[in-house]
Design a protein around this ligand. Structure first.
Ligand code: IDP
Ligand code: MG
Length: 152
């Protein structure tokens, strides 16, 4: 099933220069980038994104981490991209993420695990709406650009 997921390179991934490496893994797998924005979020935005974890003891630290610098927010599209994207990302705790996964190869600490990916169809929809409230406008313009034939 062709679907969309929300993927975010977290501040540690941006600071460590891993943007191209992470995007490359999704591109090489065959998924299609539909929207992308470099942005810094405030406290209420970070709290909304992680609202399901608000009762966890690490919630305040998690919110400060996500606010600590720019993140790369993206929408990726493709067959089963929600579940397969999670496989590319690897387990939440990099100590348990398999080698070959993004976290398995690029991270050590659970509190600095470089990337976020939606975990279900429901969260993908909610997260895409939160991060890209302009809706399909950006992906439509990308589609338009690619459909214009290049004439020298
Ligand atoms: P996920 O990112 O693999 O979906 P979630 O359980 O949704 O994992 O947790 C969201 C994020 O919260 C994790 O990616 C990680 O950054 C952070 N986190 C999760 N569990 C812990 C913990 O036990 N200590 C510190 N941070 C945590
Ligand atoms: Mg999660």
């Amino acid at each position: 099933m062709v679907e969309q997921t929300f993927i975010m390179i977290k501040p540690d991934g941006v600071q460590r220069g891993l943007i191209a490496e992470i995007i490359s893994r999704f591109e090489k797998k065959g998924f299609t980038l539909r929207a992308m924005r470099l942005m810094t979020v405030d406290k209420s935005f970070a709290e909304t994104h992680y609202q399901d974890l608000s009762s966890k003891p690490f919630f305040a630290g998690l919110v400060s981490y996500i606010m600590s610098g720019p993140v790369v927010a993206m929408v990726w599209e493709g067959k089963n991209v929600i579940a397969t994207g999670r496989l590319l990302i690897g387990a939440t705790n990099p100590a348990q993420s398999a080698p070959g996964t993004i976290r398995g190869d690029l991270a050590i600490d659970i509190g600095r695990n470089v990337i976020h990916g939606s975990d279900s169809a429901e969260s993908a929809k909610a997260e895409i709406n939160l991060w890209f409230p302009e809706g399909d406008k950006m992906s439509d313009s990308m589609r338009d650009v690619r459909s214009i034939p290049y004439i020298a």
